[in-house]
Design a protein around this ligand. Structure first.
Ligand SMILES: O=C(O)CCC(=O)C(=O)O
Ligand SMILES: [Fe+2]
Length: 299
């Protein structure tokens, strides 16, 4: 699932000057998508890299990929040129968009010592979840670009195959997970993700192995759930942890997750974050992708 950029391609990418992107509402505008796709397609070794990416995301045991863009980040830093290149790779997979009116496409995920430790940008364990879990149309892909690792050496990413975890649960548990009896979080001022979904079923009743496993383990501590719901949600979380893979994102690593196949999270950061200057703390950039309706990822 880790994809290196061949040297020749890396050199060609460093020589590019991609145009700045334009948005059409929350979405990357079609002419920008076309410009980014066609510019990359013309580069040496690109086809091989795109095929590896597509295999990692759509292959039988796939569902996520880490593109290793560290060589580009070393030269370019994390500024506009690097972000345009990462956006161009994202645009190969699906259409980038920003659900949050406040953020222009990429959203910073830094480290805030005074925030709920279990939430995005908190310092603690970030339990298995899908992003925008309570939207009727969650993003098809969530992506995270690593700018800085935790100087206290914590925060490996965790991923788990959601349908594999569900398949290991007893029938009765799965039946309860298919009832619309779960809820999580608030919903306001979001673009491109439909309406609020509340309450929602965790399993959406499509064929086993398909569709979203609409789950966040954060609901266990932050939503008032009925007793049977809490029990089955806990059982699902345990299976996700049992099946998890974990790895540390390095600077320039770009993680792309198919939200219909994998749930994600992050282990706790290292101790003593309050002693680390804010500008030195771990930093990721987050971007969401919408697959064209009718594509494999949107089914
Ligand atoms: O910090 C991380 O690695 C994951 C963050 C995340 O999943 C989120 O903010 O939605
Ligand atoms: Fe997330």
């Amino acid at each position: 699932m880790f994809i290196d950029i061949p040297r020749e391609l890396e050199a060609a990418l460093l020589g590019l000057s991609l145009q700045d992107w334009e948005l059409d509402g929350p979405f990357l505008a079609a002419p920008t998508v076309e410009h980014y796709r066609s510019t990359l397609a013309a580069l040496p070794q690109f086809e091989r890299t795109a095929a590896a990416l597509s295999d990692a995301l759509t292959g039988k045991s796939g569902g996520y990929a880490v593109l290793r863009l560290g060589g580009l980040a070393d030269v370019l830093g994390a500024g506009d040129r690097f972000r345009r290149l990462a956006t161009a790779f994202a645009a190969q997979v699906a259409v980038p968009f920003s659900p949050f009116p406040k953020w222009p496409l990429w959203k910073d995920i830094g480290v805030k010592v005074d925030k709920d430790p279990g939430k995005s940008s908190g310092t603690g364990y970030n339990a298995f979840h899908m992003d925008l879990v309570n939207a009727t149309l969650p993003p098809d892909f969530t992506t995270l670009l690593c700018v800085r690792t935790d100087p206290r050496d914590g925060g490996p990413s965790i991923l788990s195959d959601a349908h594999a975890a569900v398949a290991r649960l007893p029938e009765q548990t799965r039946a309860l997970l298919a009832e619309p009896a779960f809820h999580y979080g608030t919903f306001f001022d979001l673009n491109g993700v439909g309406e609020e979904c509340k309450p929602f079923p965790i399993l959406d009743g499509t064929e086993p192995g398909r569709g979203f496993v609409r789950f966040t383990a954060k609901m266990l501590e932050r939503s008032e759930l009925g007793r049977p719901q809490a029990e089955v949600a806990r059982a699902l979380e345990e299976e996700l942890v049992r099946g998890q893979v974990s790895f540390m994102l390095e600077p320039g690593d770009y993680l792309i997750v198919d939200q219909r196949r994998f749930l994600h999270g992050r282990e706790a950061l290292g101790n003593g974050q309050e002693k680390v200057p804010a500008a030195d703390r771990r930093l990721l950039l987050q971007l969401f992708l919408r697959a064209p309706s009718g594509s494999a990822a949107a089914r």
